[in-house]
Design a protein around this ligand. Sequence first.
Ligand code: HEC
Length: 152
Amino acid sequence: MFRKFSVLALAAALALPALAPAAANEAAVKARQSQFTLFAFNLGVLAGMAQGQREYDAATAQTAADNLYHLTRQRQDFMWPEGSDNASIEGTRALPAIWDDLEGFANRYGALQDGIEALQGAAGTDLASLQGALGGAAGACQACHQQFRASE
Ligand code: HEC
């Protein structure tokens, strides 16, 4: 009883809105695009080192790879509601193909999780190890974009 009361009180205190469907889609698109921005930011740190634009530093490389590891453990379910494809709403590049092939999409995400896990194990070792593991992770980003993201 107390617990139930606290949850209700908390919801009231925060004035949590119950989102209408259109707003819910918009929030989901914003969430997933923000997530991808974080992927790209952390991957960019590692790519800069791998390509010699930035000095290799083991601790920084490990931090960026750890960030990517945790970011890619996030479950995707809520961020891809039906009706949030680029044929239905503005402001997204998500192709309807995602919802025609949810399993294929999930597999692409699984491949990214694997690639990032390998990267996490290698990034802080030395530059050559980082370079060796980066291609697999970045390739998993690209493969999904080719299949499921509209070009700009
Ligand atoms: C499972 C498929 C998938 C994987 C894996 C994936 N992406 Fe994406 N990405 C998408 C889709 C779909 C969109 C379009 C999202 C939208 O506009 O609603 C997108 C959008 C983006 C965007 C644009 C975000 C914006 O603000 O519009 C960036 C940047 C990006 N991805 C980077 C990455 C990076 C870096 C990786 C790998 C670490 C990655 N993505 C892995 C599917 C994927």
